[in-house]
Design a protein around this ligand. Structure first.
Ligand code: FAD
Length: 416
């Protein structure tokens, strides 16, 4: 089958891998000059199924109200005259009940663990290297409140059968010895040994090379302008470089997808949630993280990617602006300097911002739509690197007419 994949982020490119493997003739289209140059470029690098869960949780509306208009907070709302932002927020708040949280968490756990297994298999099959690490993630707590929150998180992990260990301050320093130099005191932690790390951009770029060797065609620098539907089927895609036609089209356009899908009658409640990242060179290996540390206090994740440190965090519901505001990047960098003060002299700090394609409930939208030959692979939010391989395999199975290997309940569009 001729398949068009719209979007060459980690989600679209990985999907192309599984489609090509299933024997389809695949073309990937993107407006950027190469793969993974938007949200998949500089994320926190965590492949963390243990963490996968919705942001819409009991107590969250109150926290957001408290953080409203703060200069620096883990989640910030910048209200706009945008009805889609308000619709998304109302749906988000509606998912903040204990019942909805439990349901959404179960759905996200299902796809995230499946996806990690797919990534491990892809790595074994191809030998792809992407500054990956298999040393797990250590969540660190500074206060008793955070330790108590960690204990609640541990009981949820227990109920999902996820490997984890609550550790005291000494054990924190055994797992990540460089934290002995932290200028902020660390009271304890939660270790998630089975989570992984890796550079999402490097992975996607190397996968693109492998796809080219398999005959997959990439059309970069091609802006998609419109989808044209005729008689309940997608007839063609209009780009600034001409028209494209295929038997099946997969939409993997991240945060921008709703803008192209609304005119053809698909109203997906996906909204961009902006995050910031900094990348620093490691100057003293022993003073840098061995694997990945999630600072619960600031919600900043600090990950070793080869000879670099990547730190990312902050969530701003502020529309489609992608500016890497220096103050927000500095706030993220400060967390690195506090926890790992001697890791990087910091000559060359790269600032970045990206837009997480967030659904209000948390899980992505995967699979068929009322438009016969149009398939969604969207809304992976803050877990797109973690979920990309599993989502790609599922889409390839659907295109090939095979049942996906996991239960698709709650992962399709529309849903309750
Ligand atoms: C600060 C931050 C930290 C994060 N940390 C993690 C993490 O640790 N672990 C994790 O799993 N996830 C993390 N994420 C989330 C993850 O990065 C995203 O979920 C993932 O990158 C989304 O991938 P995507 O392919 O859907 O989107 P994108 O990478 O944005 O890809 C969409 C593609 O569509 C193209 N496109 C859009 N519109 C058009 C158009 N009109 N014409 C042509 N092309 C178009 C874009 O150029 C882009 O290449 C983080 C995100 C942020 C912002």
């Amino acid at each position: 089958m001729k398949v068009l994949v719209l979007g060459a982020g980690v989600v679209g490119t990985t999907c192309a891998w599984y489609l090509a493997k299933a024997g389809h003739e695949v073309t990937v289209v993107d407006r950027q000059p190469g793969p993974a140059l938007e949200t998949s470029f500089a994320n926190a690098g965590g492949v963390c199924p243990s963490f996968a869960g919705p942001w819409a949780a009991p107590g969250m509306p109150l926290k957001v109200a408290r953080w409203l208009f703060a200069a620096h907070a883990p989640l910030m709302l910048r209200p706009r005259m945008d009805p889609h932002q308000w619709r998304w927020l109302v749906a988000f708040v509606g998912n903040c009940t204990a019942e909805r949280f439990a349901c959404n968490k179960t759905r996200m756990q299902r796809i995230a663990h499946y996806s990690k297994a797919c990534l491990v298999a892809l790595r074994a099959e191809t030998g792809i290297a992407y500054d990956e690490g298999t040393g797990g993630v250590l969540q660190v707590f500074r206060t008793q409140d955070e330790i108590d929150g960690g204990a609640r998180a541990a009981s949820i992990l227990q109920s999902f059968g996820i490997a984890h260990r609550i550790v005291d301050a000494d054990e924190v320093r055994q797992i990540e010895p460089a934290l002995a130099s932290s200028t902020v005191s660390i009271a304890g932690g939660l270790h998630l040994p089975s989570d992984e790390t890796g550079d999402c951009h490097l992975f996607t770029s190397r996968l693109t090379e492998l796809l080219r060797q398999r005959g997959v065609s990439f059309q970069f620098d091609a802006r998609i302008e419109r989808l044209v539907v005729d008689g309940g089927r997608l007839d063609h895609v209009v780009t600034d470089r001409g028209l494209l036609r295929a038997d099946i089209t997969v939409v993997a356009l991240g945060s921008e997808a709703p803008l192209l899908l609304r005119p053809v009658g698909l109203h997906l409640p996906i909204y961009p949630v902006k995050g910031y990242a900094v990348t620093l060179p490691i100057d003293d290996d022993d003073m840098a993280p061995r694997s990945s540390v999630m600072d619960e206090h600031s919600k900043v994740m600090i990950t070793r990617l080869g000879n670099r440190i990547r730190a990312a965090g902050v969530a701003e519901v502020a529309g489609y602006d992608r500016t890497a505001t220096p103050q927000q990047c500095k706030a993220v960098e400060t967390v690195v300097r506090d926890l790992f003060p001697a890791a990087s002299a910091g000559g060359d700090v790269q600032n970045w911002a990206g837009l997480r394609p967030m659904t209000p409930d948390g899980p992505p939208y995967l699979g068929r739509t009322p438009i016969d030959n149009l398939i969604l692979n969207l809304g992976q939010g803050s877990n797109g690197w973690t979920q990309a391989c599993g989502c790609g395999q599922i889409i390839a199975d659907i295109v090939s007419g095979k049942p996906p290997e996991i239960d698709m309940e709650g992962l399709t569009y529309p849903r309750r």
